[in-house]
Design a protein around this ligand. Sequence first.
Ligand code: ZN
Length: 259
Amino acid sequence: MVLTRSQARKKATFPFLDLPAELRTAIYHLALGGRIIHVDRGGGSHEKQSETDARTSVCEASILDKESYALKRLPVDRREGLGNSSRHNACNTPAAKNLPLSFLSVCKQIHQEAALVPFQANRFTFWNRKSLARFLRYLKPKQQNAITAMILYQVHIQSGWESASHRSLKAPRLLGLREVLICVELAPGDYLPFFGEGESIVSQTIQDDRVSGMGKLKAPKLNRVEVLINNSSLGHIPPLTSAEIKAWEGRIKDMMLAK
Ligand SMILES: [Zn+2]
């Protein structure tokens, strides 16, 4: 049998759309999900950024945040290499990878089926409240509500989530958000009493203020909150005790889950 050119081409093409729907969904998740997506990696509020620009990149860290927190609690050498900024250093290059979203423009049906997968099947990380607000402004409501998981970083002295940083921002609505991991990383500078009335991070008021912006998320479906707080102190000032850390972690959880 002699095939016409278009028949031959059809025969050579993998019949993706003939696959069962659940198999197609699994492939969309493999292609577009399962990653940690940084929003504005390195973009503290001190950095000048355009109001509409939401830079995303796929995390390239060789160690997960959670693992690094566990390691940091052990007395191992070179602990500084486990800090948030060194861990995510490679994620901030201009060549940082992004999701292969061109996959979505292959055809209309694929687009319809998979367009929300990048939001449903990845974890989005934010270093500050402004980046979060900017990112959400950039999304359509159905994309916004498709987000299921986030990682929020409060990295020592950087202004991120304290009340002064979000007073004028609208509370973000994330109707599909179910899971949040919060990583708080303290540094020696946090123990210096230059906040207000000579208070430092040992004060509960300062601790709660430091993460107050995270509590502004409107996420009625949120049911899994994990909090990791890392400790570090100046030589002569004792760091927070494990009981103090535990109490702070508990207050953050309560704040996040309060309806
Ligand atoms: Zn990263």
